[in-house]
Unconditional design. Structure first.
Lengths: 112, 119
């Protein structure tokens, strides 16, 4: 089973600061997904990265997939209280019935 | 966009009773649905894969007789927590894959979860 390590586990920052969080594995990913989850809600897909070295931007969020496809990062510029939540990376298995395996998640708190 | 409806959103029950949670795909068909459990401030742990018209596939350590899964139609899967105990208290989340895009990584949609509290 391929394991995903996310770091840091908890992060509390002031509004306006920048931050970077990470998702790593000892094995190569075929693709990786990032989700954000708010308390009492299901996770919402933010992005899927597939190609090594790929960079995707979603407003103030920048996602990068490592060249070797073993790691990924999420950078948030000028964080806002609305960014508060649990950020999860996940691996998708292969095939039609493939399951999604999540990392342990990063709890982000942005103070106003 | 595709929507997965999960019901109820919150349930409180007495120890020893059974609780049924429904997961419906509202505007697409799903041969496969997934059930996850999440404890406070922790990640989602896959419990089982629900397959329409066949038996569910359970992850290691998940009791089949404790967590009954039925996927009788292409739009509905149910999870029944039988003889619930306080340690079963958790947030349960389902997800469903859009059959029309079954090889696309984007087409997996999550319900809004069910908070189960067993007294």
């Amino acid at each position: 089973t391929q394991l995903l390590e996310q770091s840091p586990q908890f992060l509390s920052i002031q509004e306006g600061e920048n931050l970077t969080v990470y998702c790593n594995s000892s094995s190569v990913f075929s693709s990786l997904q990032w989700y954000r989850q708010e308390p009492g809600e299901g996770p919402v897909l933010l992005v899927t990265v597939v190609t090594g070295g790929e960079v995707k931007k979603l407003k103030r969020l920048t996602f990068q997939f490592g060249d070797a496809r073993k790691d990924s990062s999420l950078h948030i510029t000028a964080a806002q209280p609305g960014d508060t939540g649990l950020y999860l990376c996940a691996l998708q298995g292969r095939g039609a019935n493939s399951k999604l395996t999540f990392g342990k998640g990063i709890t982000l708190s942005v103070r106003p | 966009g595709a929507v997965v409806s999960q019901h109820p959103s919150r349930v409180i029950c007495k120890s020893g009773t059974s609780v049924k949670i429904e997961c419906r795909s509202l505007d697409f068909q799903a041969t496969t649905m997934f059930w996850y459990r999440q404890f406070p401030k922790q990640s989602l742990m896959l419990m089982a894969t629900s397959n329409e018209g066949s038996k569910a596939t359970y992850e290691q350590g998940v009791e089949k007789d404790k967590f009954l899964i039925n996927h009788a139609s292409l739009t509905l899967s149910t999870l029944t927590v039988t003889s619930a105990h306080p340690e079963d208290s958790s947030f349960y989340i389902c997800s469903a894959r859009d059959m029309a895009n079954q090889f696309s990584n984007e087409k997996l949609f999550f319900g809004s979860g069910t908070q189960l509290s067993v007294l």
